[in-house]
Ligand binder design. Sequence first.
Ligand code: SF4
Length: 494
Amino acid sequence: MSGTFVGMPAFPEAAREAVGNPTLRGNLRHATHTIRAKRAKAVAELSDWAALREAGKQIKDHTLRQLDRYLVQLEESVTAAGGTVHWAADADEANRIVTRLVKETGESEVVKVKSMATQEIGLNEALEAAGIRAYETDLAELIVQLGNDRPSHILVPAIHRNRGEIRDIFRAEMSEWGRPAPEGLTDTPAELAEAARLHLREKFLRAKVGVSGANFMVAETGTLVVVESEGNGRMCLTLPETLISVVGIEKIVPTWRDLEVFLQTLPRSSTAERMNPYTSTWTGTTDGDGPQTFHLVLLDNGRTDTLADEVGRQALRCIRCSACLNVCPVYERAGGHAYGSVYPGPIGAILSPQLRGTQSEIDASLPYASSLCGACYEVCPVAIDIPEVLVHLRERIVEGGPVTRDGNKVVLKPAKGHAAERAAMRAARWAFGRPGALRTGQRLASRTRRFHPRTLPGPGRAWSGTRDLPAVPAEPFRDWWQRTQGTIGEGGAK
Ligand code: SF4
Protein backbone atom coordinates (compact mmCIF):
# COMPACT_ATOMS: atom_id res chain seq x y z
CA MET A 1 0.00 0.00 0.00
CA SER A 2 1.29 3.48 -0.83
CA GLY A 3 1.65 6.21 1.76
CA THR A 4 -1.27 8.64 1.92
CA PHE A 5 -1.65 12.41 1.88
CA VAL A 6 -3.93 12.48 4.95
CA GLY A 7 -2.92 15.10 7.56
CA MET A 8 -0.37 16.86 5.34
CA PRO A 9 0.82 20.27 6.60
CA ALA A 10 0.00 23.45 4.65
CA PHE A 11 1.97 24.02 1.45
CA PRO A 12 4.51 26.55 2.79
CA GLU A 13 5.56 24.23 5.60
CA ALA A 14 5.81 21.14 3.38
CA ALA A 15 7.62 23.12 0.67
CA ARG A 16 10.18 24.51 3.14
CA GLU A 17 11.25 20.99 4.00
CA ALA A 18 11.36 19.94 0.33
CA VAL A 19 13.52 22.84 -0.87
CA GLY A 20 16.09 21.91 1.78
CA ASN A 21 16.61 18.50 0.16
CA PRO A 22 19.36 18.86 -2.49
CA THR A 23 18.86 15.33 -3.91
CA LEU A 24 15.17 15.97 -4.47
CA ARG A 25 15.83 19.33 -6.10
CA GLY A 26 18.50 17.83 -8.33
CA ASN A 27 16.22 14.97 -9.44
CA LEU A 28 13.34 17.34 -10.15
CA ARG A 29 15.39 19.91 -11.95
CA HIS A 30 16.96 17.34 -14.25
CA ALA A 31 13.66 15.60 -15.03
CA THR A 32 11.45 18.67 -15.53
CA HIS A 33 13.99 20.49 -17.69
CA THR A 34 14.49 17.42 -19.89
CA ILE A 35 10.74 16.86 -20.40
CA ARG A 36 9.94 20.52 -20.95
CA ALA A 37 12.59 20.91 -23.66
CA LYS A 38 11.38 17.80 -25.48
CA ARG A 39 7.77 18.94 -25.26
CA ALA A 40 8.57 22.36 -26.71
CA LYS A 41 10.27 20.67 -29.66
CA ALA A 42 7.40 18.25 -30.28
CA VAL A 43 4.81 21.04 -30.12
CA ALA A 44 6.83 23.30 -32.44
CA GLU A 45 6.58 20.63 -35.17
CA LEU A 46 2.87 21.31 -35.59
CA SER A 47 1.99 24.46 -37.49
CA ASP A 48 -1.65 24.19 -36.33
CA TRP A 49 -0.89 23.79 -32.62
CA ALA A 50 -2.78 26.97 -31.67
CA ALA A 51 -5.85 25.77 -33.60
CA LEU A 52 -5.70 22.33 -31.95
CA ARG A 53 -5.41 23.98 -28.55
CA GLU A 54 -8.44 26.14 -29.22
CA ALA A 55 -10.39 23.15 -30.57
CA GLY A 56 -9.60 21.15 -27.43
CA LYS A 57 -10.79 24.02 -25.25
CA GLN A 58 -14.02 24.42 -27.23
CA ILE A 59 -14.80 20.69 -27.24
CA LYS A 60 -14.30 20.43 -23.50
CA ASP A 61 -16.36 23.55 -22.76
CA HIS A 62 -19.17 22.38 -25.02
CA THR A 63 -19.20 18.96 -23.35
CA LEU A 64 -19.12 20.38 -19.83
CA ARG A 65 -22.03 22.71 -20.61
CA GLN A 66 -24.13 19.68 -21.61
CA LEU A 67 -22.57 17.13 -19.33
CA ASP A 68 -25.92 15.79 -18.12
CA ARG A 69 -26.97 14.94 -21.67
CA TYR A 70 -23.66 13.34 -22.63
CA LEU A 71 -23.50 11.28 -19.45
CA VAL A 72 -26.90 9.77 -20.17
CA GLN A 73 -25.85 9.10 -23.77
CA LEU A 74 -22.66 7.44 -22.53
CA GLU A 75 -24.56 5.25 -20.08
CA GLU A 76 -26.92 4.10 -22.84
CA SER A 77 -24.03 3.36 -25.21
CA VAL A 78 -22.01 1.41 -22.63
CA THR A 79 -25.06 -0.58 -21.55
CA ALA A 80 -25.99 -1.37 -25.16
CA ALA A 81 -22.44 -2.66 -25.73
CA GLY A 82 -22.67 -5.10 -22.82
CA GLY A 83 -21.14 -3.07 -19.99
CA THR A 84 -22.67 -2.05 -16.65
CA VAL A 85 -22.60 1.56 -15.46
CA HIS A 86 -22.43 2.55 -11.77
CA TRP A 87 -22.71 6.10 -10.43
CA ALA A 88 -20.55 7.19 -7.47
CA ALA A 89 -21.23 10.55 -5.78
CA ASP A 90 -18.00 10.48 -3.78
CA ALA A 91 -14.86 8.50 -3.03
CA ASP A 92 -16.48 6.30 -0.38
CA GLU A 93 -19.26 5.24 -2.70
CA ALA A 94 -16.83 4.52 -5.55
CA ASN A 95 -14.62 2.43 -3.24
CA ARG A 96 -17.63 0.50 -1.93
CA ILE A 97 -18.78 -0.27 -5.48
CA VAL A 98 -15.37 -1.47 -6.68
CA THR A 99 -14.77 -3.53 -3.54
CA ARG A 100 -18.15 -5.23 -3.94
CA LEU A 101 -17.55 -5.93 -7.63
CA VAL A 102 -14.15 -7.51 -6.94
CA LYS A 103 -15.57 -9.60 -4.09
CA GLU A 104 -18.34 -10.84 -6.37
CA THR A 105 -15.67 -12.36 -8.63
CA GLY A 106 -14.27 -14.33 -5.67
CA GLU A 107 -10.79 -12.91 -6.31
CA SER A 108 -8.48 -11.33 -3.75
CA GLU A 109 -6.09 -9.48 -6.05
CA VAL A 110 -6.33 -7.09 -8.97
CA VAL A 111 -3.88 -5.61 -11.48
CA LYS A 112 -4.10 -1.90 -12.07
CA VAL A 113 -3.50 0.41 -14.97
CA LYS A 114 -2.10 3.80 -13.93
CA SER A 115 -5.11 5.87 -12.94
CA MET A 116 -5.39 9.28 -11.30
CA ALA A 117 -9.06 8.74 -10.41
CA THR A 118 -8.32 5.62 -8.34
CA GLN A 119 -5.45 7.44 -6.65
CA GLU A 120 -7.79 10.33 -5.90
CA ILE A 121 -10.30 8.09 -4.10
CA GLY A 122 -7.67 6.00 -2.30
CA LEU A 123 -8.87 2.79 -3.93
CA ASN A 124 -5.78 0.72 -3.12
CA GLU A 125 -6.15 1.48 0.58
CA ALA A 126 -9.89 0.67 0.50
CA LEU A 127 -9.24 -2.65 -1.25
CA GLU A 128 -6.44 -3.48 1.18
CA ALA A 129 -8.84 -2.90 4.09
CA ALA A 130 -11.20 -5.41 2.47
CA GLY A 131 -8.44 -8.02 2.08
CA ILE A 132 -7.86 -7.40 -1.64
CA ARG A 133 -4.38 -6.65 -2.91
CA ALA A 134 -3.99 -4.16 -5.75
CA TYR A 135 -0.83 -4.42 -7.87
CA GLU A 136 0.25 -1.27 -9.69
CA THR A 137 1.69 -2.19 -13.09
CA ASP A 138 2.86 1.17 -14.45
CA LEU A 139 6.63 1.27 -13.88
CA ALA A 140 6.62 4.55 -11.96
CA GLU A 141 3.55 3.56 -9.93
CA LEU A 142 5.28 0.25 -9.14
CA ILE A 143 8.29 2.16 -7.80
CA VAL A 144 5.98 4.30 -5.64
CA GLN A 145 4.09 1.26 -4.37
CA LEU A 146 7.19 -0.82 -3.59
CA GLY A 147 8.78 2.18 -1.84
CA ASN A 148 5.63 2.75 0.30
CA ASP A 149 5.85 6.24 -1.11
CA ARG A 150 3.46 8.83 -2.52
CA PRO A 151 3.23 9.92 -6.16
CA SER A 152 4.74 13.35 -6.84
CA HIS A 153 3.92 13.91 -10.50
CA ILE A 154 0.86 13.20 -12.64
CA LEU A 155 2.70 11.47 -15.43
CA VAL A 156 5.90 10.34 -13.73
CA PRO A 157 4.81 9.57 -10.15
CA ALA A 158 8.36 8.61 -9.12
CA ILE A 159 10.02 11.67 -10.66
CA HIS A 160 11.56 12.44 -7.26
CA ARG A 161 13.59 9.19 -7.36
CA ASN A 162 16.86 8.67 -9.19
CA ARG A 163 18.12 5.40 -10.64
CA GLY A 164 20.18 4.47 -7.60
CA GLU A 165 17.20 4.88 -5.32
CA ILE A 166 15.03 2.78 -7.63
CA ARG A 167 17.59 -0.03 -7.69
CA ASP A 168 17.67 -0.03 -3.87
CA ILE A 169 13.86 -0.14 -3.67
CA PHE A 170 13.68 -3.05 -6.15
CA ARG A 171 16.37 -5.00 -4.28
CA ALA A 172 14.76 -4.45 -0.90
CA GLU A 173 11.04 -4.72 -1.68
CA MET A 174 10.29 -6.77 -4.78
CA SER A 175 10.43 -10.10 -2.94
CA GLU A 176 7.71 -8.90 -0.54
CA TRP A 177 5.32 -8.43 -3.47
CA GLY A 178 6.22 -11.34 -5.75
CA ARG A 179 9.19 -12.21 -7.92
CA PRO A 180 12.39 -10.78 -6.34
CA ALA A 181 14.82 -8.50 -8.14
CA PRO A 182 17.53 -10.36 -10.12
CA GLU A 183 20.84 -11.01 -8.36
CA GLY A 184 23.35 -8.20 -8.83
CA LEU A 185 20.77 -5.73 -10.19
CA THR A 186 22.48 -2.49 -11.23
CA ASP A 187 20.99 0.97 -11.82
CA THR A 188 21.13 0.86 -15.62
CA PRO A 189 17.73 1.67 -17.16
CA ALA A 190 17.66 -1.56 -19.18
CA GLU A 191 18.26 -3.75 -16.11
CA LEU A 192 15.72 -1.87 -14.01
CA ALA A 193 13.11 -2.17 -16.77
CA GLU A 194 13.82 -5.89 -17.18
CA ALA A 195 13.49 -6.48 -13.43
CA ALA A 196 10.10 -4.73 -13.47
CA ARG A 197 9.02 -6.64 -16.58
CA LEU A 198 9.79 -10.04 -15.03
CA HIS A 199 8.16 -9.04 -11.73
CA LEU A 200 4.98 -7.83 -13.44
CA ARG A 201 4.67 -10.54 -16.08
CA GLU A 202 3.57 -13.19 -13.60
CA LYS A 203 0.94 -10.81 -12.22
CA PHE A 204 -0.50 -10.11 -15.67
CA LEU A 205 -0.76 -13.80 -16.44
CA ARG A 206 -2.40 -14.65 -13.10
CA ALA A 207 -4.84 -11.77 -12.70
CA LYS A 208 -8.55 -12.34 -13.17
CA VAL A 209 -9.60 -8.75 -12.44
CA GLY A 210 -8.19 -5.56 -13.93
CA VAL A 211 -8.85 -2.03 -12.65
CA SER A 212 -8.29 1.03 -14.79
CA GLY A 213 -9.18 4.65 -15.28
CA ALA A 214 -9.55 6.20 -18.71
CA ASN A 215 -8.19 9.24 -20.50
CA PHE A 216 -11.38 9.69 -22.49
CA MET A 217 -14.88 8.26 -22.86
CA VAL A 218 -16.62 8.63 -26.24
CA ALA A 219 -20.31 9.23 -25.63
CA GLU A 220 -21.58 8.26 -29.09
CA THR A 221 -20.31 4.67 -28.88
CA GLY A 222 -19.61 4.15 -25.15
CA THR A 223 -15.91 3.59 -25.91
CA LEU A 224 -13.23 4.09 -23.26
CA VAL A 225 -9.69 5.12 -24.19
CA VAL A 226 -6.38 4.69 -22.39
CA VAL A 227 -3.18 6.13 -23.83
CA GLU A 228 0.14 4.94 -22.45
CA SER A 229 3.78 4.32 -23.27
CA GLU A 230 4.68 1.03 -21.63
CA GLY A 231 2.10 -1.54 -22.70
CA ASN A 232 1.27 -2.55 -19.14
CA GLY A 233 -2.13 -0.96 -19.60
CA ARG A 234 -2.82 -3.07 -22.67
CA MET A 235 -2.04 -6.21 -20.61
CA CYS A 236 -4.43 -5.19 -17.81
CA LEU A 237 -7.17 -4.20 -20.24
CA THR A 238 -7.11 -7.40 -22.28
CA LEU A 239 -5.95 -10.37 -20.16
CA PRO A 240 -8.29 -10.37 -17.09
CA GLU A 241 -11.80 -11.81 -17.21
CA THR A 242 -13.31 -8.78 -15.47
CA LEU A 243 -12.47 -5.13 -16.08
CA ILE A 244 -13.56 -2.33 -13.75
CA SER A 245 -12.92 1.25 -14.90
CA VAL A 246 -13.24 4.21 -12.53
CA VAL A 247 -13.51 7.45 -14.47
CA GLY A 248 -14.26 11.07 -13.57
CA ILE A 249 -17.45 12.34 -15.20
CA GLU A 250 -15.55 15.15 -16.95
CA LYS A 251 -13.60 12.72 -19.15
CA ILE A 252 -16.35 12.54 -21.78
CA VAL A 253 -15.93 13.65 -25.38
CA PRO A 254 -19.04 13.55 -27.57
CA THR A 255 -17.63 11.82 -30.70
CA TRP A 256 -14.62 10.03 -32.18
CA ARG A 257 -14.04 13.14 -34.30
CA ASP A 258 -13.48 15.09 -31.07
CA LEU A 259 -11.09 12.44 -29.80
CA GLU A 260 -8.85 13.09 -32.80
CA VAL A 261 -7.88 16.49 -31.39
CA PHE A 262 -6.77 15.14 -28.02
CA LEU A 263 -4.88 12.20 -29.49
CA GLN A 264 -2.66 14.82 -31.11
CA THR A 265 -2.29 17.23 -28.20
CA LEU A 266 -1.98 14.80 -25.27
CA PRO A 267 1.10 12.77 -26.33
CA ARG A 268 3.06 15.84 -27.41
CA SER A 269 2.19 17.71 -24.18
CA SER A 270 2.89 14.83 -21.84
CA THR A 271 5.70 12.58 -23.09
CA ALA A 272 6.73 14.74 -26.08
CA GLU A 273 5.82 11.89 -28.40
CA ARG A 274 4.16 12.48 -31.76
CA MET A 275 1.92 9.56 -30.98
CA ASN A 276 1.87 7.48 -27.83
CA PRO A 277 3.00 3.86 -28.34
CA TYR A 278 -0.21 2.27 -27.02
CA THR A 279 -3.73 3.59 -27.51
CA SER A 280 -6.25 1.07 -26.16
CA THR A 281 -9.95 1.45 -26.81
CA TRP A 282 -12.76 -0.81 -25.67
CA THR A 283 -16.51 -0.74 -26.06
CA GLY A 284 -18.47 -2.90 -23.64
CA THR A 285 -17.62 -6.58 -24.10
CA THR A 286 -16.93 -8.81 -27.10
CA ASP A 287 -17.48 -12.59 -27.08
CA GLY A 288 -14.20 -14.46 -26.92
CA ASP A 289 -12.07 -11.31 -26.96
CA GLY A 290 -10.81 -9.53 -23.84
CA PRO A 291 -12.65 -9.21 -20.51
CA GLN A 292 -16.10 -10.78 -20.61
CA THR A 293 -17.45 -8.56 -17.84
CA PHE A 294 -17.06 -4.79 -17.90
CA HIS A 295 -18.09 -2.28 -15.23
CA LEU A 296 -17.80 1.48 -15.56
CA VAL A 297 -17.87 3.49 -12.31
CA LEU A 298 -18.62 7.15 -13.07
CA LEU A 299 -17.09 9.33 -10.38
CA ASP A 300 -18.33 12.75 -9.26
CA ASN A 301 -16.40 13.42 -6.03
CA GLY A 302 -16.64 17.22 -6.17
CA ARG A 303 -16.80 17.64 -9.94
CA THR A 304 -20.39 18.95 -10.12
CA ASP A 305 -19.56 21.51 -7.41
CA THR A 306 -16.57 22.57 -9.50
CA LEU A 307 -18.79 22.79 -12.55
CA ALA A 308 -21.06 25.22 -10.69
CA ASP A 309 -18.23 27.77 -10.41
CA GLU A 310 -18.09 29.89 -13.57
CA VAL A 311 -14.38 30.65 -13.26
CA GLY A 312 -13.16 27.48 -11.55
CA ARG A 313 -14.93 25.04 -13.87
CA GLN A 314 -12.25 25.39 -16.55
CA ALA A 315 -10.10 23.11 -14.38
CA LEU A 316 -12.37 20.28 -15.55
CA ARG A 317 -10.98 20.66 -19.07
CA CYS A 318 -7.71 19.15 -17.85
CA ILE A 319 -6.46 16.12 -19.78
CA ARG A 320 -3.75 15.39 -17.17
CA CYS A 321 -0.81 15.88 -19.53
CA SER A 322 1.36 17.39 -16.75
CA ALA A 323 2.95 20.01 -19.00
CA CYS A 324 2.06 22.68 -16.44
CA LEU A 325 4.03 20.85 -13.74
CA ASN A 326 7.13 20.63 -15.89
CA VAL A 327 7.34 24.38 -16.48
CA CYS A 328 6.33 25.55 -13.01
CA PRO A 329 9.17 27.18 -11.01
CA VAL A 330 7.35 26.45 -7.76
CA TYR A 331 6.83 22.76 -8.56
CA GLU A 332 10.43 22.42 -9.69
CA ARG A 333 11.67 23.56 -6.29
CA ALA A 334 9.01 22.25 -3.91
CA GLY A 335 8.30 18.89 -5.59
CA GLY A 336 4.95 17.16 -5.80
CA HIS A 337 4.55 15.91 -2.24
CA ALA A 338 4.28 19.43 -0.84
CA TYR A 339 0.90 19.83 -2.57
CA GLY A 340 -0.65 17.15 -0.34
CA SER A 341 -2.69 15.64 -3.15
CA VAL A 342 -2.41 13.21 -6.04
CA TYR A 343 -2.77 16.31 -8.23
CA PRO A 344 0.40 18.35 -7.66
CA GLY A 345 1.72 21.44 -9.42
CA PRO A 346 -0.37 24.21 -10.96
CA ILE A 347 -3.33 22.00 -11.90
CA GLY A 348 -3.34 20.53 -8.38
CA ALA A 349 -3.35 24.01 -6.87
CA ILE A 350 -6.66 24.76 -8.60
CA LEU A 351 -8.21 21.29 -8.75
CA SER A 352 -7.67 19.91 -5.25
CA PRO A 353 -9.24 22.89 -3.39
CA GLN A 354 -12.25 22.69 -5.69
CA LEU A 355 -12.72 18.92 -5.49
CA ARG A 356 -12.05 18.69 -1.76
CA GLY A 357 -13.15 22.12 -0.49
CA THR A 358 -10.83 24.23 1.64
CA GLN A 359 -11.56 22.93 5.12
CA SER A 360 -8.04 21.64 5.58
CA GLU A 361 -4.99 23.86 5.96
CA ILE A 362 -3.34 22.27 2.94
CA ASP A 363 -6.28 22.91 0.59
CA ALA A 364 -6.69 26.51 1.77
CA SER A 365 -2.98 27.12 1.15
CA LEU A 366 -2.78 25.62 -2.35
CA PRO A 367 -4.09 28.61 -4.36
CA TYR A 368 -1.14 30.56 -2.91
CA ALA A 369 1.41 27.97 -4.14
CA SER A 370 2.20 29.99 -7.25
CA SER A 371 4.10 33.05 -8.37
CA LEU A 372 1.40 33.67 -11.04
CA CYS A 373 4.10 33.75 -13.73
CA GLY A 374 1.66 32.24 -16.24
CA ALA A 375 3.99 29.60 -17.71
CA CYS A 376 1.35 26.94 -16.94
CA TYR A 377 -1.26 28.71 -19.03
CA GLU A 378 1.14 29.08 -21.95
CA VAL A 379 1.78 25.34 -22.22
CA CYS A 380 -1.68 24.00 -21.36
CA PRO A 381 -3.09 22.16 -24.41
CA VAL A 382 -6.66 23.02 -23.41
CA ALA A 383 -5.86 26.63 -22.49
CA ILE A 384 -6.83 26.50 -18.83
CA ASP A 385 -6.10 29.96 -17.43
CA ILE A 386 -4.61 28.60 -14.21
CA PRO A 387 -3.46 32.02 -12.88
CA GLU A 388 -7.00 33.33 -13.30
CA VAL A 389 -8.43 30.43 -11.28
CA LEU A 390 -5.70 30.78 -8.63
CA VAL A 391 -6.56 34.44 -8.09
CA HIS A 392 -10.27 33.60 -8.08
CA LEU A 393 -9.76 30.93 -5.41
CA ARG A 394 -7.60 33.27 -3.33
CA GLU A 395 -10.39 35.81 -3.47
CA ARG A 396 -12.91 33.22 -2.35
CA ILE A 397 -10.72 32.17 0.53
CA VAL A 398 -10.09 35.76 1.69
CA GLU A 399 -13.72 36.79 1.29
CA GLY A 400 -14.99 33.57 2.86
CA GLY A 401 -16.89 32.53 -0.25
CA PRO A 402 -18.62 29.23 -1.00
CA VAL A 403 -15.58 27.05 -0.79
CA THR A 404 -16.46 24.19 1.54
CA ARG A 405 -18.62 21.16 0.94
CA ASP A 406 -20.87 19.27 3.32
CA GLY A 407 -22.09 16.26 1.44
CA ASN A 408 -23.89 17.69 -1.57
CA LYS A 409 -24.32 21.11 0.02
CA VAL A 410 -22.05 24.07 -0.65
CA VAL A 411 -21.38 25.80 2.67
CA LEU A 412 -20.25 29.38 3.20
CA LYS A 413 -16.96 29.36 5.01
CA PRO A 414 -16.46 32.36 7.30
CA ALA A 415 -13.35 34.35 6.52
CA LYS A 416 -10.67 34.16 9.16
CA GLY A 417 -7.36 35.93 9.36
CA HIS A 418 -6.20 38.05 6.40
CA ALA A 419 -7.61 41.18 8.11
CA ALA A 420 -4.45 43.15 7.30
CA GLU A 421 -4.63 42.03 3.67
CA ARG A 422 -8.26 43.11 3.41
CA ALA A 423 -7.44 46.50 4.99
CA ALA A 424 -4.54 46.98 2.54
CA MET A 425 -6.80 46.13 -0.42
CA ARG A 426 -9.47 48.56 0.81
CA ALA A 427 -6.84 51.32 1.10
CA ALA A 428 -5.56 50.54 -2.41
CA ARG A 429 -9.09 50.67 -3.82
CA TRP A 430 -9.66 54.03 -2.16
CA ALA A 431 -6.40 55.47 -3.54
CA PHE A 432 -6.82 54.10 -7.08
CA GLY A 433 -10.30 55.62 -7.22
CA ARG A 434 -8.88 59.10 -6.42
CA PRO A 435 -6.11 60.04 -8.90
CA GLY A 436 -5.30 63.29 -7.07
CA ALA A 437 -4.76 61.53 -3.76
CA LEU A 438 -2.76 58.79 -5.49
CA ARG A 439 -0.45 61.33 -7.08
CA THR A 440 0.07 63.19 -3.81
CA GLY A 441 0.82 59.89 -2.07
CA GLN A 442 3.32 58.86 -4.77
CA ARG A 443 5.15 62.21 -4.51
CA LEU A 444 5.25 61.94 -0.76
CA ALA A 445 6.62 58.40 -1.00
CA SER A 446 9.33 59.54 -3.45
CA ARG A 447 10.43 62.44 -1.25
CA THR A 448 10.62 60.33 1.89
CA ARG A 449 12.21 57.31 0.23
CA ARG A 450 15.46 57.58 2.23
CA PHE A 451 13.52 56.97 5.43
CA HIS A 452 11.55 53.89 4.25
CA PRO A 453 12.13 50.75 6.36
CA ARG A 454 13.73 47.70 4.73
CA THR A 455 11.15 45.39 6.29
CA LEU A 456 7.48 45.92 7.01
CA PRO A 457 6.27 46.16 10.59
CA GLY A 458 3.47 44.10 12.21
CA PRO A 459 1.62 41.55 10.07
CA GLY A 460 3.59 42.65 6.98
CA ARG A 461 6.80 41.33 8.55
CA ALA A 462 6.19 37.76 7.30
CA TRP A 463 5.73 39.07 3.76
CA SER A 464 8.86 41.21 3.70
CA GLY A 465 10.88 38.56 5.55
CA THR A 466 11.23 36.58 2.32
CA ARG A 467 11.21 39.41 -0.23
CA ASP A 468 13.08 42.61 -1.03
CA LEU A 469 10.75 45.57 -0.78
CA PRO A 470 10.63 47.30 -4.15
CA ALA A 471 12.58 50.58 -4.14
CA VAL A 472 10.44 53.69 -4.55
CA PRO A 473 11.72 55.75 -7.52
CA ALA A 474 13.05 59.27 -6.96
CA GLU A 475 10.33 60.58 -9.26
CA PRO A 476 6.85 59.02 -9.76
CA PHE A 477 6.35 57.55 -13.24
CA ARG A 478 3.51 59.90 -14.13
CA ASP A 479 5.59 62.97 -13.16
CA TRP A 480 8.45 61.66 -15.28
CA TRP A 481 6.10 61.04 -18.20
CA GLN A 482 4.60 64.50 -17.99
CA ARG A 483 8.03 66.11 -17.70
CA THR A 484 9.53 64.20 -20.65
CA GLN A 485 6.47 63.76 -22.90
CA GLY A 486 4.51 66.81 -21.94
CA THR A 487 1.15 64.95 -21.67
CA ILE A 488 -0.62 62.65 -19.27
CA GLY A 489 -3.09 59.93 -20.21
CA GLU A 490 -6.82 60.34 -20.00
CA GLY A 491 -8.05 59.91 -16.44
CA GLY A 492 -4.61 60.72 -15.03
CA ALA A 493 -3.88 63.42 -12.49
CA LYS A 494 -4.27 66.90 -13.86
S1 SF4 B 1 -3.87 21.92 -16.55
FE1 SF4 B 1 -3.37 21.83 -18.75
S2 SF4 B 1 -1.12 21.59 -18.76
FE2 SF4 B 1 -1.78 21.07 -16.66
S3 SF4 B 1 -2.08 18.85 -16.67
FE3 SF4 B 1 -4.07 19.76 -17.17
S4 SF4 B 1 -4.14 19.83 -19.42
FE4 SF4 B 1 -2.00 19.52 -18.86
